[in-house]
Design a protein around this ligand. Sequence first.
Ligand code: PLP
Length: 726
Amino acid sequence: MGTRRSYGGLDRFRIIAAVLVIAIHTSPLSSFTAEGDFFLTRILARIAVPFFFMVTGQFVLPDIISRRRGSERRLLRYLKKTALLYGVAIGIYLPIGIYAGHYKEITAGSLLKMLLFDGTFYHLWYFPACLLGVGLVYLMSRCMDKKGMMALSGGLYVLGLLGDSYYGLVEKVPFLSIIYEAGFQIFSYTRNGIFLAPIFLVLGAEIGGEQPVGRRKGAGEKSLSGTGFDALCFAFSFLAMTGEAFVLRHQELQRHDSMYLALIPTMICLYRVLLAWNKKPAKVLRILGGWIYILHPAMIVVVRGAARVLHMTELLVDNSLGHYLAVTVLSAAAAFGVSLLSIRLSRRKFACSRAWVELDMEALGQNADYLQSRLPKGCSLMPAVKADAYGHGAVSVAKALRQKGIRSFAVACAEEAVALREQGIEGEILILGYTHPDEFALLCRYGLSQTVVDASYGEALDRYGRGRKEKIHVHIGVDTGMHRIGEPWENIDRIEELFHREYLAVEGMFTHLCADDVLEKREREFTLGQARAFYRLAEQLRERGCVCPKIHLQSSYSVLNYPELGGDYARVGIALYGVLSTREDTRKWKDVLRPVLSLKARVAAVKELHAGESAGYGLQFTADREMRIATLSIGYADGLPRALSGGRGRVLVGGIKVPVIGRICMDQTIVDVSRVPRVKTGDEVVLIGSSGQEEITAADLAGWAGTISNEILSRLGGRLERAIRY
Ligand SMILES: *Cc1c(COP(=O)(O)O)cnc(C)c1O
């Protein structure tokens, strides 16, 4: 089981890399030691930009390289975003550049050179390099395989190297130096999108896509030594790079000092170490690092200006270290401000304008704590976040639960699991249902655990696993009486076989209780019988030497009604969201379980209806008196059941429960607001949740519609907006 991959290390190193870039542009040690400054800014700090390229490679390119569906659209989106950021940065630096006289003799050629290769301000070359590099790698991926791409981008790097720190060699060969001099008419340096970026983009995609060195149970020691080995390799490569750089410097071979031979192994090892650095992802740091990078040259200008005004040039400008520190602190502060602003702006998108759900994440956490408190020691929650976490939004729910230390999740199908992984959810994700063999590849690629729906399905999985790098991770489904999926518990021999299959890694075994919600005699006996059969099977398997790390059988109702049944996991769904399937059960547990979700919409129009007039489709409702009616901006396409039509459903308007009239439409619903004073367009109405003294639960809605709250919640439409309260 266990955590697969964490990007927290990358997020943190971004800050270090950004601070190293500031060093390149301020030479912190130049007042004290020229050699020391060379080491810091021309050797150590040279890992920063390749690192940024590798991160880009990891997150942008794998889909492109493996030609996944929709990858070209995503690539285009990335290119647009980067171009936009480049545009913003150009805007920021244009006045400074003009003031400094950078654009005095501008021609079409020099403009193109600046925009495509050199950047319009000295550090801005990075953005066109990203665009050019990613574009180039895309073209490569359409003409060759991974090995070819690696070879070609490596070749380009060597060509770049010869125009950079090895230029002295080129100068000795007249023919070559003519070619390079011609090249330097087009770009000022070879450290650009053509020669430097591609290799690191490709390496980032490759290393980022590697299965992490097993952080799985039993492989712990190997993983440690794996990372230790990478760290050692990093130290050696970096030492080699240092030697290389000093030799080149003393031989006076360098034209520029961005590219070294040993930089490649140094970056490979460093990146591996960073990926193994198991820290929580930190979005703020991710954004912050980028803004420090963009803003620091402006802060250099600010520090110089301020130092002059404050008469502190000696400390803040002439002293290289003081200058560096001032620029770094100021850049970090400015970047922090911009990051907060950009996060706030991006939040605004979740306006509550038409129809939306509001999520109370505090309630979610409390429900999780309560359910956990009922369980025996050693039994942990494996929340069911299938069906978009019962309409709550699987990613937000999983993220909130991960912060509480929950590490395992259950979903219904591979698509749901992949969606979670792509949003950065780590830990164990168990697919509870059937996955078609065409999608088995997703199990490996995303490190998912699959339910063995019966023994022959286990065979198919095993067959697929043959010859793969890693075994297929499975939980064996056992049927103890529900007769839905799972190998019948009586077939112990067939189940035992699954444990011996070479390409399956059995991580768990589970059954599902199907009558644990009713406490009558028949259901009680049936449930206890299911549990007995399951535990007997587990015991017999153990006696036969089958190791099964996790066994589980409970879901919401059994945690409430039979907490003593235990197991290693409880796959809780509905109760975690603070309701139960029926109105009676929800009421019974309302003191300890708080609803997480509210469903709201707005009044779109208020109308008077005279006696004898009808409203809605099919003339189904006719007024028998003077009425005031309101049209709400929510309909059955949003998940409001059409079965609530004709007065069966109620909604809260101004804290008063009012009936639905006529037929619910796809996008709108009409209610009777005759009893509600002062209703106006734009007012908020509550379909699930509380308002004033009144409350409508998902279970109430379900009762009116003749179903259970699980169905109501899981069918809430994807069109709903979402507002999250933490
Ligand atoms: C959906 C599901 C659960 C969660 O059920 P709740 O009753 O919502 O807690 C647990 N186990 C399996 C196999 C499921 O399909």
